[in-house]
Design a protein around this ligand. Structure first.
Ligand SMILES: *Cc1c(COP(=O)(O)O)cnc(C)c1O
Length: 380
């Protein structure tokens, strides 16, 4: 049996007619940058994320960079974030001239450990970027308290978490992207809402920030050839917006399928002696609505398992094999191996399994059976 890690072709085949129609409309129109399609998507995503404003930009990475620029973070500033994330989270901080300050993760959720943040706050600290990794919200209540007490901005990296809710205690669910000052989303093809190329969005409830973000994405221009501030060129294409508007109609259904697939994996693993084998399935904190951009398990002999599964026709991936504090480009920050043991351990032990909506029960059974087979042969 063949189980690809991701099957975007299957998704496209199902909605081909609508997508092709949307593309041909834009092509006939010849209006390619921003415009009504982008505005419609901004409204849809803002509404879906429980905020007043959505600002379409060229990528999730740019969403982060523009957000940092919008809250005036630059040279001399420090921004606290996790070392266990996609590079753009930290890269955007460096790109605006600030310094990323890493804090270790909670080993169960892989999200920023809020109990370790206070000790890293200095007079230079200006913001925290929690990442809602794999599709589950970071633990936002303590992060918000720290931000309030220390006058810090919160920029949510929600690139993997569109439609995810933070649900702690009896507090009403909070949608990611609406909890901090701004939320950053990505429409990279492998995200739950993925375009046919790069794309991103910033969400906010703050009218001034929304206005500033709209200026910053067009070089700071208030009118043609008149610049109020120095921005960058980072606009969302009409083609991407048109495609994303079609896909958005299916997002809830697809997210539901991902969540069902996750439950089914959980059940299948429960039938195995996972504890004896040292396998750990994903932990959902509180009553969070996890949207499973990735279903990540922790396993012994990760690299050998990955190779074995590949031989059996099963695609898997590793997010992320090297934590950011150990990256070559951050050597001058003088972090060392052992600084963030939870992140380092996660980088060695975690494996993402196929979880996309089109995945069948048969395929999932095959994946888990093969994992069982690997450990039996390995132990025997
Ligand atoms: C995908 C991703 C980004 C960057 O998004 P792009 O659209 O690829 O630039 C940022 N942060 C995280 C956590 C991501 O997964």
């Amino acid at each position: 049996m063949n189980v690809p890690f991701l099957d975007l072709k299957a998704q496209y085949q199902r909605i081909k007619e609508e997508i092709d129609q949307a593309i041909s409309e834009v092509v006939s129109d010849q209006h390619f940058i921003l415009g009504p399609k982008v505005e419609a998507l901004e409204e849809a995503i803002a509404d879906y994320s429980s905020v007043r404003y959505g600002i379409g930009v060229a990528s999730g990475s740019d969403a982060l960079t523009l957000s940092l620029m919008a809250v005036d973070i630059g040279a001399g500033d420090e921004v606290i974030t996790t070392p266990f994330t996609f590079f753009a989270t930290a890269g955007s901080i460096s790109k605006v001239g600030a310094v990323p300050v890493f804090v270790d993760i909670d080993p169960r959720t892989y999200n920023l450990d809020p109990t370790r943040i206070q000790e890293r706050i200095t007079p230079q600290t200006k913001a925290i970027i929690p990442v809602h990794l794999f599709g589950q919200s970071a633990d936002m209540t303590p992060i918000k308290e720290l931000a309030r007490d220390n006058n810090l901005r919160i920029i949510e990296d929600a690139a993997q978490a569109i439609g995810s809710d933070y649900i702690k205690d009896s507090v009403p669910p909070q949608r990611v992207g609406s909890i901090g000052d701004v939320g950053c989303f990505s429409f990279y093809p492998s995200k739950n809402l993925g375009g046919f190329g790069d794309g991103g969005m910033v969400t906010t409830n703050d009218e001034d920030l929304a206005r500033k973000l709209k200026l910053l994405r067009v070089h700071g221009a208030t009118a043609k050839y008149h610049y109020q501030c120095i921005g960058i060129n980072s606009r969302l294409d009409a083609l991407q917006a048109a495609i994303l508007l079609v896909k958005f109609r299916y997002l809830e259904e697809w997210t539901g399928k991902r969540r069902e697939n996750a439950i089914y994996y959980d059940q299948l693993f429960e039938e195995m002696p996972v504890q004896a084998l040292g396998i750990e399935t994903p932990t959902v904190q509180y009553n969070n609505r996890h949207i499973y951009n990735q279903y990540v398990i922790r396993v012994p002999q990760r690299n050998k398992l990955m190779k074995f599964l590949a031989q059996e026709g099963i695609g898997t991936d590793v997010y992320y094999p090297l934590p950011l504090h150990l990256q070559e480009c951050y050597r001058d920050l003088r972090y060392e191996e052992g600084d963030f043991p939870n992140a380092e351990k996660a980088a060695r032990e975690t494996l993402a399994l196929p979880i996309y909506p089109e995945l069948t029960k048969n395929q999932q059974e095959y994946v888990v059976a093969k994992i069982g087979e690997f450990y039996h042969s390995f132990i025997a």
